[in-house]
Design a protein around this ligand. Structure first.
Ligand SMILES: *Cc1c(COP(=O)(O)O)cnc(C)c1O
Length: 227
């Protein structure tokens, strides 16, 4: 499978190229009927870098820090109210209220304390972001995410004990390993739990993720260039 091309200077052109490559990957994997969303990961990018994509019509964006997102997205959202904003970075419980107010989807649910805080904050706000459980497929000690062996029980607990709507799974494979086994493992855990949304694949490996069942890829440098 070809490695993704390095990004060009124009984020809109990059977005189009990535869309074409995803389509080709789906065809090759006999997934023609599937659709893969491109989450434009706009962390560290100022509004002037984000605006052209919004004006072009792109609506799906990801950030990895609550505070940074609070600084730039309320103004952008007031101009483009149909934007969907997703949190892809770790969430501390003291930021849960802010995250629930700002994000439409939180992709990094990975522990009971956070599940409880999200349930409480959503009830209080009358607004419940959709949730993805992050799985630490490589069982890396420094990385967030629930361990694969605990994933089934954790998802069940989120649903039954905390009444949370879990929509899908997310993973970030170890940087020094082939990503394919990690994507396959995430897809297997999703199947076991009746989940159809898989957030996997970044700038360096989105083509592989597309062939293994991704429904969303998260692309930062591949769209905006090096951070
Ligand atoms: C930054 C980030 C991305 C995008 O990474 P790129 O390699 O720049 O495409 C994807 N997912 C998460 C969780 C990130 O923090």
């Amino acid at each position: 499978m070809p490695a993704p091309a390095p990004p060009g200077a124009d984020p809109i052109d990059n977005l189009k190229v990535i869309g074409g490559r995803l389509k080709a990957a789906l065809a090759e994997a006999d997934r023609e009927d599937a659709h893969i969303s491109i989450l434009a990961v706009s962390k560290t990018q100022g509004p002037e870098r984000i605006l052209p994509l919004l004006e072009f019509g792109h609506r799906l964006f990801g950030e990895n820090r609550v505070q940074e997102a609070q600084g730039k997205w309320p103004a952008l959202k007031s101009r483009f109210p149909d934007v969907e904003l997703r949190l892809v970075g770790p969430l501390q419980t003291n930021k849960v209220g802010d995250a629930v107010a700002l994000f439409d989807v939180i992709e990094t649910l990975d522990r009971e304390k956070l599940a409880r805080a999200l349930a409480d904050a959503s009830a209080k706000a009358g607004r419940a972001p959709r949730l993805f459980v992050e799985v630490n497929t490589g069982e890396e000690p420094q990385k967030a995410g629930v361990s694969p062996k605990d994933a089934d029980a954790f998802i069940d607990k989120c649903r039954r004990e905390f009444g949370l709507q879990v929509d899908g799974l997310m993973c970030i494979p170890p940087t020094d390993e082939a990503p394919a086994p990690h994507f396959a493992l995430l897809a297997k855990i999703a199947r076991c739990n009746g989940l159809s949304s898989l957030s996997m694949g970044m700038s360096g490996d989105y083509v592989i993720a597309a062939s293994l069942g991704a429904t969303q890829v998260r692309i930062g440098t591949g769209i905006f260039g090096a951070r």
